[in-house]
Design a protein around this ligand. Structure first.
Ligand SMILES: [Zn+2]
Length: 162
């Protein structure tokens, strides 16, 4: 068990987030070697529009709006830090927590695979993802703090009759 706990701010960011993702985040903070804060749980369409305008996000169909995504940002010496080495460690903890709970997770460090379906080091997942995108002649937009429940398994809205 780690010495880390989710703060009040992090817990309030989890309000409205899907319970499976909350379960993963709450387990991840117990086992992580790197402390983190929940930076963004639920987002409104207006907030998302601003992020897209700033180039901080690429889509208006964000999983944050439907409560299927969180951003977990390294918390170091009292500050949030978008730094890769601590982010890799957080991703390792999220993967372990998700696997324990049998919950699939897609990560912003390697969008085209499921984090929970690979055992490779999270740093290598990013390197490989960027290489695949380059090979395909595409830009790689990586978002290390972002974790989401995959849409194929957790649709935005329940289908009629469900
Ligand atoms: Zn995000």
């Amino acid at each position: 068990m780690s010495e880390f706990r989710l703060g009040k701010r992090s817990l309030s960011e989890l309000n409205g987030v899907h319970s499976d993702l909350v379960k993963v985040v709450k387990r991840a903070i117990e086992i992580t070697v790197q402390d983190f804060s929940v930076h963004d749980g639920i987002r409104t369409l207006e907030e998302q529009k601003k992020l897209v305008e700033r180039g901080a996000s690429q889509t208006l169909a964000s999983r944050h709006i439907s409560g299927h995504a969180v951003d977990l940002v390294p918390y170091i010496n009292g500050k949030l830090r978008w730094e890769w080495v601590p982010i890799y460690n957080i991703a390792e903890a999220v993967r372990l927590a998700a696997k324990e709970n049998d919950i699939p997770i897609r990560w912003g460090g390697a969008w085209d695979i499921l984090l929970t379906e690979s055992d490779d080091a999270t740093e290598d997942l990013v390197t490989d993802y960027v290489a695949r995108r380059r090979k395909a002649g595409k830009r790689a937009f990586i978002d290390g703090p972002h974790f989401e429940l995959p849409k194929a398994i957790y649709p935005d809205k329940p289908k009629p009759g469900e």
